[in-house]
Design a protein around this ligand. Structure first.
Ligand code: SF4
Length: 379
């Protein structure tokens, strides 16, 4: 059928796809391209199809991923992420030009590669009333429910990546009173007896490096190469406390605390959750190495932690600290623990840290691991 402008719908979709690709926004494999073109493009390297579901989401995770600059998003999606392998984003409701059943067909086609595709889940999965409060499409006149999509696509996936705090742990939509019965993807897999490996990449939003790096690790060394912590996060990115790499840590140890946001001291008393939050924001920085929350005189609100935001609330309350570890840049030494933290004794703790530095010259180096008793904020 031709439009009044003499362009068929099929031609329009092809032109739209090409224009978007030129703008580096649409680089997804597109079902309107003929099969011969797709086969030619895919023959050079091994291809890992990716199905990217978006449930209850603000789309911030997708936006954050699009902001990856090294590599750029177009390199992630069309070049080899690692030599010999590249990802092929087959389904992403926000990015792809196709819509409706044409888009869903691309999802089903990708899922035919059983055990060979990655399933990325962004946003929440509602479970109350059989998940009816999160519908992601319509097929043959029936709703496509997010809960059903996750439970039907995850069993045959190579792995599931829960991208963002909502899919990893429930996030903001799961905050009390959680009226739609939001659960984490891990909970849903467990409840349905699905044993597909799952990696959590939390953050509100997550840093693009955390996602791209996780994908690259899977392609290079397989799933077993991705070491995760007890909360299912790659230790490569979430292995250390924010507090241990914070450039204001010296102020904390010396007992110098900001009294207002324009001060440049430690923000613990203003509510910073860095001491109970695991991520590499202080060293990785955001927006191409521009800054990060504390660097911008804002608080770390603990967005990568399970239970966020409820367990971090009120956001400007002081986190309860049970374990104090030396700053990351100091030589490793024996971990020092305390049963509680009183800002008034921070200077004393700083002195202890100073003694630890002196002792480090003769102490046996020992890598510090995450303290299993480390508390969550608000606990
Ligand atoms: Fe940095 Fe926050 Fe720790 Fe202070 S409490 S040193 S601002 S992470």
């Amino acid at each position: 059928m031709k439009s009044s402008h003499g362009i068929s719908r099929r031609d329009f979709i092809k032109i739209s796809a090409g224009s978007a690709a030129a703008a580096a926004l649409l680089l997804v494999s597109f079902p309107a391209f003929d099969e011969e073109s797709q086969a030619t493009a895919a023959q050079a390297v091994s291809e890992v199809p990716v199905i990217w579901l978006q449930g209850g989401t603000c789309t911030g995770c997708s936006v954050s991923m699009l902001n990856t600059l090294s590599p750029k998003i177009q390199n992630v999606l069309v070049d080899e992420v690692v030599p010999g392998s590249h990802v092929s984003l087959r389904y992403h409701a926000t990015l792809m030009a196709a819509e409706g059943e044409l888009a869903l067909k691309a999802m089903h086609d990708a899922a035919k590669k059983k055990g060979g595709y990655l399933l990325v889940v962004e946003g929440t999965v509602s479970t109350k009333d059989n998940g009816i409060y999160c519908v992601i499409g319509e097929e043959s006149g029936s709703d496509v429910i997010m809960l059903d999509a996750v439970t039907s696509l995850s069993p045959d996936a190579m792995a599931v990546i829960a991208l963002g705090s909502c899919s990893s742990y429930g996030g903001i939509p799961a905050a009390s009173p959680n009226v739609t019965g939001v659960k984490s993807v891990k909970e849903i897999l467990t409840e349905n007896g699905i044993s597909t490996p799952i990696i959590n990449v939390p953050g509100c939003p997550p840093h693009p490096d955390w996602f791209v790096g996780t994908i690259a690790s899977v392609l290079v060394g397989g799933l077993n190469s991705v070491a995760v912590d007890s909360d299912g996060r790659p230790t490569l990115f979430y292995g250390k406390l924010i507090h241990d790499n914070c450039p204001r840590r010296g102020h904390f140890d010396a007992g110098r605390f900001s009294q207002k946001f324009s001060d440049s001291y430690c923000m613990y008393k203003l509510g910073c959750k860095g001491p109970v939050t695991h991520a590499d924001c202080p060293v990785r920085l955001w927006n191409s190495g521009t800054s990060w929350c504390v660097g911008a005189n804002s608080l770390c609100i603990g967005c990568v932690e399970p239970g966020f935001p409820d367990k971090m609330s009120p956001l400007m309350s002081q986190a309860q600290i049970y374990g104090v570890t030396p700053p990351e840049w100091l030589p490793p030494t024996e971990e020092k623990k305390s049963s509680g933290f009183n800002p008034g004794v921070a200077a004393g703790l700083g002195a202890l840290a100073g003694l630890a530095v002196g002792a480090a010259g003769v102490a046996v180096a020992k890598s510090r691991e995450k303290n299993p008793e480390e508390p969550k904020a608000g606990s």
